[in-house]
Design a protein. Structure first.
Length: 280
């Protein structure tokens, strides 16, 4: 086995024939997330610490989004390295997957379009079905059978882009952090890991329009119309669309949304009820 193999292969030299056979098969089945399998088996990707004048820095930029609309977000992840890199395994986790989560089984939950590693011979992203709040991204520069000597030279820029879903219309005026749950970056031999530093920032959901809207403005249009009644009824019939804020559906200021709010809105349009209070 050539000495220039990547992190995973370098580790194999130290392992049992059974494990070597497993990973040999993986080489022919690239859909398999080799690095993650090794991690699950308790096998370190690399041994020791690489010598480099500067730690590898991984960072996720801050993102600000508008509420009240389900959306798929594209968030770049950057790497700054002063020594050549041959592989990595990075885990990124949300702090509250109830409203910010990856899609389990989504092979496009991360891509390397326009990144610094478009020539790498292995790249895969995986979201566990049991934990949509965490994604694992693994990359290997130089695989057996590919071009020789592929690596990431020193530099600074886009490593990959993750795609995550903001899907809860009830969340507004809130934020959470996308954390690096794990960051392993190896040299081109796979024999050692670089020291890493991670930089994260918050994903902010702006305050919803509901803040200035009347209660009962279920569709967050800013005004009360018959469409809000339609929206509320659809919600009770199982529509996946929720509200910008709870107050958007809570026409009677009771603190919850239920059928009484429909009755209240209809009463308001008939002139039998006072104008719903402001949302805030
Ligand atoms: Ca409305
Ligand atoms: Ca209510």
């Amino acid at each position: 086995m050539p000495q220039s193999y990547n992190a995973v292969n370098a580790t194999l030299d130290l392992k049992t024939p059974k494990l070597e056979g497993l990973v040999a098969n993986l080489k022919h089945a690239r859909i398999f997330l080799a690095a993650v399998v090794l991690t699950l088996l308790g096998v370190p990707i690399a041994q020791g610490t690489c010598v480099c004048s500067q730690p590898v820095t991984l960072s996720i930029g801050s993102t600000t989004i508008a509420p009240c609309a389900s959306q798929r977000l594209s968030i770049p992840v950057y790497m700054n390295n002063t020594c050549p890199v041959g592989g990595f395994e990075i885990h990124i986790a949300t702090s509250d997957p109830s409203w910010l989560a990856f899609t389990p089984g989504d092979t496009l939950a991360a891509d390397r379009v326009g990144s610094r590693i478009t020539d790498w011979e292995f790249f895969v992203a995986s979201v566990y079905s049991s934990n949509p709040g965490q994604i694992i991204i693994a990359g290997i520069a130089d695989m057996p059978g590919g071009a020789e000597g592929v690596q990431l030279p020193p530099g600074d820029g886009l490593l990959f882009t993750i795609h995550i879903n903001y899907a809860n219309r009830n969340v507004c005026d809130s934020s959470q952090v996308l954390n690096f749950a794990l960051a392993r970056v190896s040299d081109t031999t796979g024999n050692c890991l670089f020291e890493t530093e991670t930089v994260t920032d918050s994903l902010h959901v702006l305050p919803g329009n509901c803040y200035n809207n009347p209660r009962g403005d279920a569709n967050c249009s800013g005004t009360l119309t018959g469409l809000d009644v339609v929206y509320l009824v659809a919600y009770f019939k199982g529509s996946p669309n929720g509200f910008c804020c709870v107050c958007s559906g809570d026409a009677n200021s009771s603190g919850s949304v239920n059928g009484v709010d429909v009755t209240y809105l209809v009463g308001f349009f008939k002139g039998q009820r006072p104008h719903p209070a402001p949302c805030r």
